[in-house]
Ligand binder design. Structure first.
Ligand code: ZN
Length: 148
């Protein structure tokens, strides 16, 4: 399964970042997927649960940001959106262009790390929940949120 191997690479890189930051888990992973990328958002969503199963990213939500493909046209002096990329020409003025500026990407846009899991989900840590509120700085500081 083609999408699965693409996602495994994504999962590996997110898991590495999560480990570096000592995150307790990953809540969501955002992907930028070009309209001419080698996998469709639908196929990626289908493969996601299998790709994260048994990894440090298990349980994370998949967010997909679709990026419209475009060619850079010198004649139009702008990036022109394209649906297909059969020929290296601008779809507006038909000037030959060699540059597909967006559309092929399949990249991690962000990873929402659960580094504040204790504050968000006290039930996960009953020992902390039993303490008086003043001894739980994370819970007594409502503005404290590491998420972006
Ligand atoms: Zn053009």
């Amino acid at each position: 399964m083609h999408e699965l191997s693409l996602l495994r690479a994504v999962v590996d890189s997110v898991a590495r970042v999560a480990a570096q930051r000592r995150a307790r888990g990953v809540e969501a992973v955002g992907l930028r997927v070009g309209t001419l990328a080698s996998a469709t958002p639908e196929a990626l969503r289908t493969a996601w649960p299998l790709a994260i199963s048994g990894t440090a990213v298990a349980g994370a939500r998949l967010d997909i940001d679709v990026v419209q493909a475009a060619v850079r046209c010198a004649e139009c002096a702008r990036d022109v959106p394209v649906d297909r990329f059969y020929a290296l020409v601008c779809p507006v003025c038909a000037t030959p262009t060699g540059e597909l500026v967006t559309g092929r990407e399949l990249a991690v846009a962000y990873a929402d790390l659960a580094d504040d899991a204790a504050a968000e989900n006290p039930a996960e840590n009953p020992g902390d929940a039993a303490l008086p509120a003043r001894d739980r700085p994370a819970a007594s500081c409502p503005g404290h949120d590491h998420r972006r």
